[in-house]
Write a protein that binds this ligand. Structure first.
Ligand code: F0G
Length: 448
């Protein structure tokens, strides 16, 4: 039984098939362009959270909207220190704002940044600063059938090869993304975190954790890493983050809020000062950084709720249940499922489509046409030029959908798989200049 009940409702409507067809064509076969009221079950992202608790709403009423010295900012600073162990923060309007602040301060033209796998906005910010974002996933991360418990880990061997090639002096930052969103939301072990910290120290690089989903990651560590089986999620999260010099955080994930983010640092040295100045320039004064007082108040409460039992067990449990329902219906899913999303393997679901016809995007379009379900392609379309599989992410917004919505999603995906032979590929007919951001706004057409 869930540990909460619903006290506010938001209507869900499935439009008639012909309206969905028209809406998708108008959207240029890119679901980012669909209006939300044309979507029945919205699994585009877990970002922005969906539902907040009554304690968060109560805190919002007390939000201090002062430009400088807001008490809601102090509450957020206290929560970050208690829950995540970073004493100093530079606030930002969301995660990518924090990325801009940190990577602009840390990275120079011609540098290389290493990451277990860069998320799209991280990759874009590193590249925008003239640096080369290099992914160092472990062998097996791209294998949808391997049951390795920590497929999100960072490969030290791969990173050493890159450092031997480019020179340690050109690698200012080593980043660990927990959980690893671009690798099917897979977790990272604490053991690997310790190794990455030692490696970063060895090459004199700043060790950054992208902590968006730190609580979900800690839940997996508790389940899968024997050293931690008797520890609480709160203790594990603090332990894992304790190895990092800095973190970037999107409050829209494990902060359980609709907006907000920050850069977390341990000391007020040169890096903090550089980030603070960039924060003022791009985000807002250093006690709000683009967040309203209300946002910061809800964020402070949300961070504490994210590590409370049973919240995170239920959250990750719901994702695992959706994966099981899809698997039972013969839909090929990446195993084991991640913490925030189930990833359907579109190459297995639509084997007749060549990769340059974007089978992942074809599956996304069919999910919408079949049942008004919105997912997102995280394969060749989103990450041009990579050899990754064409995965379709079904991300569950936190505390939002119930078991009947999951049934609908699983039935919809199964129906698409059943008539897979009829599914055609797509071509891109218009795309933006910045390749890293292509999937947000490119337009496509179905091939005959
Ligand atoms: N890092 C990771 C690992 C993310 O997943 C995201 C966002 C960001 C940084 C940027 O944070 O959205 O607050 O600016 N991920 C969302 C997603 C958008 O759908 O996975 P943001």
């Amino acid at each position: 039984m869930r540990s909460y009940k619903t006290t506010m409702v938001d209507d869900v409507e499935l439009l008639p098939r012909q309206d969905r067809e028209a809406a998708l064509a108008d959207a240029g076969y890119n679901v980012f362009e669909l209006a939300s009221d044309a979507v029945a079950v919205d699994l585009l992202t877990d970002s922005g959270t969906g539902t907040m608790s009554n304690d968060q709403w109560a805190a919002m009423m007390r939000g201090d909207e002062a430009y400088a010295g807001s008490s809601s900012f102090s509450d957020l600073v206290d929560a970050v220190a208690d829950v995540m162990g970073f004493e100093h923060i530079v606030p930002a309007h969301q995660g990518r704002g924090a990325e801009n602040v940190l990577y602009g301060a840390l990275v120079d033209e011609g540098d290389t940044v290493l990451n277990n796998a860069h998320f799209d906005t991280t990759r874009a910010h590193v590249a925008a600063n003239g640096a080369d974002p290099v992914d160092c996933p472990v062998d097996g991360a791209r294998d949808p059938d391997s049951d390795d418990p920590f497929k999100g880990d960072f490969s030290i061997e791969a990173a050493r090869r890159v450092v031997d090639d480019v020179g340690a002096e050109n690698v200012p930052a080593v980043v660990l993304t927990v959980t690893n969103n671009s690798m099917a939301g897979q977790p990272v072990s604490v053991e690997n975190t310790r190794e990455v910290a030692a490696f970063a120290d060895d090459i004199d690089a700043t060790f950054v954790v992208d902590a968006c989903r730190f609580a979900e990651n800690a839940h997996f560590v508790r389940q899968r890493e024997p050293e931690f089986e008797d520890d609480t999620v709160a203790d594990i999260a603090r332990e894992q983050l304790s190895y990092a010099d800095a973190c970037v955080m999107s409050g829209k994930k494990d902060g359980l809020v609709n907006a907000g983010g920050f850069v977390g640092l341990r000391e007020q040295g040169d890096l903090f000062e550089a980030c603070r100045q960039r924060g003022i320039l791009y985000e807002g004064f250093s006690t709000y950084g683009g967040m309203s007082g209300r946002d910061m108040a809800a964020f402070a409460v949300g961070l504490r709720e994210a590590v409370e039992p049973p919240y995170v067990a239920e959250r990750v449990g719901q994702v695992q249940r959706l994966a099981g329902m899809l698997d039972d219906r013969g839909v090929p899913v990446y195993q084991p499922a991640g913490g925030h999303a189930v990833y359907v393997d579109a190459n297995a679901a639509l084997p007749h489509l060549p990769r340059d016809e974007y089978p992942g995007q074809a599956f996304v379009c069919e999910l919408y046409l079949e049942g008004g379900v919105r997912g997102v392609e995280l394969g060749r379309f989103a990450f041009p030029g990579t050899e990754r599989r064409d995965l379709v992410r079904l991300a569950l917004p936190r505390r939002t959908y119930g078991p009947d919505h999951l049934e609908h999603v699983a039935d919809t995906a199964a129906a698409v798989c059943e008539r897979s032979d009829d599914v055609t590929g797509y071509e891109i007919v218009d795309e933006p200049e910045m390749e890293e951001l292509r999937h947000f706004s490119a337009r496509l057409e179905p091939l005959q």
